[in-house]
Design a binder for this molecule. Structure first.
Ligand SMILES: [Zn+2]
Length: 316
């Protein structure tokens, strides 16, 4: 028997490239129910149906309505109110938040998935209680988000935290101009510090393909080619985060995504990053996520951390 819900119900939805996940949190952040369905790729109306269906199913299961926040691989443009920068391209140019609000009969808040990750870890995760938090997802790509005093920082262009599309700092000759990035430029941080970037670097140096977990396992087992690739990765991540510290100086940096599971990175990067930071020492904490893969969906729910539990007419 589930515990009785405490406080307002907040529903979070994480719209990913392969699956849509949803969770209902009570006021204390306890997960009351979870659901997931495959993402209806390249089909906007069915994507709306999938999200609305998950919300209604969760509400039926827990017997209560809630607020709805959605994390997306992109952002709502403040200028147009339409989705931009989404690698799920069928969302681009759509008023996703308004369309969902229409289907669900209540306001719906949307945010970038990396921002949701940062918000989750800052609210009740690895960076709880910290004033300035940078969350970065190191997975297929590389997204970043900033939370200050418990609130997400987005900015007039909705790109705050998108450090992954700055160039790799202090690049050497071999790293310049760097691999092409899907954003249209070359040498973006993302092309080096994403899991995809590690696999590409290994392939170019070793002449064969290995998936990231295998590269990490081979490095741990002492294989020279994998160890060298992971060493380059650590050095590049240390440089990239030192440049970020020089701008934002966050109290805590939380890593997420597949590469956040590589335990040696935390000591490895913090041993190196002082070389590049504009400070004689760095007291920044670099930590793994407390909520793991659930952080995206939890952060989407926390988009309503300042708001009412059940908006007027919002129950189903
Ligand atoms: Zn880029």
């Amino acid at each position: 028997m589930a515990p009785a819900p405490a406080g307002p119900i907040r529903i979070g939805v994480d719209l990913g490239g392969t699956k849509v996940e949803a969770v209902a949190l009570d006021g204390a952040g306890r997960a009351l129910a979870r659901r997931r369905v495959p993402t209806p790729r390249h089909d906007y109306p069915r994507t709306l149906d999938a999200i609305a269906g998950l919300v209604r199913d969760l509400e039926a299961e827990i017997g209560s309505g809630g607020t709805v926040g959605v994390g997306i691989p992109g952002a709502i443009s403040p200028a147009t109110g339409l989705v931009k920068n989404a690698n799920s391209t069928w969302l681009i140019g759509r008023p996703l938040d308004r369309d969902l609000a229409g289907r669900l009969g209540r306001p719906v808040r949307l945010a970038n998935d990396a921002n949701c990750f940062a918000l989750s870890e800052a609210t009740d995760g690895a960076a709880a209680g910290a004033r300035v938090v940078f969350g970065v997802i190191l997975g297929t790509g590389c997204g970043g988000g900033i939370v200050v005093d418990g609130g997400m920082l987005t900015g007039p262009n909705a790109v705050a935290g998108e450090w992954g599309h700055n160039p790799l700092p202090w690049a050497d000759e071999a790293e310049h101009p760097g691999p092409p990035c899907y954003c249209g430029k070359r040498g973006c941080i993302e092309t080096f510090v994403s899991g995809t970037g590690l696999a590409r670097d290994f392939r170019e140096a070793a002449g064969r393909d290995l998936a990231c977990p295998e590269i990490v396992a081979r490095a741990e087992a002492g294989h020279g080619d994998a160890e060298a690739a992971l060493g380059r990765y650590e050095n590049r991540l240390a440089r990239s985060l030192a440049a970020l510290v020089n701008v934002l100086d966050p109290d805590v940096i939380v890593l997420g995504g597949g590469m956040s599971k590589v335990k040696r990175l935390y000591a490895g990067v913090t041993r190196l990053w002082e070389r590049w930071a504009f400070s004689d020492r760095l007291d920044t904490r670099l930590v793994p996520p407390a909520h793991g893969d659930s952080s995206g969906v939890r952060g989407a729910a926390w988009l309503w951390s300042d708001g009412p539990g059940v908006p007027e007419g919002g129950t189903t």
